[in-house]
Write a protein that binds this ligand. Sequence first.
Ligand code: MLT
Ligand code: MN
Ligand code: ZN
Length: 298
Amino acid sequence: MVVRVVLLGTAAGGGFPQWNCACALCAAARDGKLPSRTRECAAVTGNGRDWWLLNASPDLRAQLTAAPALRPGPGLRDTPLRGVLLTDAEADHVTGLAELRGAAGLKVYAAPPVRAVLGPARAALGRYAPWEWADSLADGGFVLAGGLVVTAHPVGTKIPRYVPAQLPGPAGPWVTAYRVEDLASGGVLVYAPCVGAWSPALDELCAEADCVLLDGTFFDADERDTAVRPGAGQAAMGHLPVTGPGGSLAELARHRDARRIYTHLNNTNPLLDPASPARAHLAGSGAEILPDGAELLL
Ligand code: MLT
Ligand code: MN
Ligand code: ZN
């Protein structure tokens, strides 16, 4: 078997179009001139039968309904969904857990600060059905049903804005990437939809990957979401931009053996328009933007 990945959603927290944004890109999406995108989330399997979500977006219900591979059955409440791997605690990556409430026997992996801040939500979800919560950073990683071996790796320090400033809790990374390897085929996926800064560790992960799904929130460092968050540029937002000094595209250029795909696209990002100079620049470097629902085999 091979690693099979479905890109369930590819937009950042606002979706595309964002409900309250009148920018030219969002208007074009509303007019059907650019493809709309749901909030970032993916699904992965090593055997085609046991599927694992990579993050849980608020659009999860529609995303699962649109994915034939994740169709329930054959029993009335059977589903191929076995659990969820969270990269962080951002609202757009965790609120989809509520859509799964009552699902039998799910296992959720997350780093200690993420599990801690989700404490009240975990308790609430546990009243619908008992789920197992595990430390994604446990020594040696973990093995998923379907033959996938996974390790988590710190890639950022971004704390969600809903978290009170003085929250006591376990130390540790708020943002991680996952390396997912199929034991049978040796295929390796690196999943990093939220990256604060490039690091030697992330570089090493990319060097070994067949496919990298990377944070494409912002195209450049000056891109600002002025309408919604005055003054909040990419640095303050905890997302390494694609271009500019230290941008991720230049780092990825060392890893041309891997398929390099940007996801978690913010509604301000010119890469949303296939006819943009930004998109031509990206294509020239061999990196890709894919639509919601795209499937990868590695
Ligand atoms: C992010 O990725 O920066 C967050 O999801 C922003 C948000 O709160 O929507
Ligand atoms: Mn986000
Ligand atoms: Zn917009």
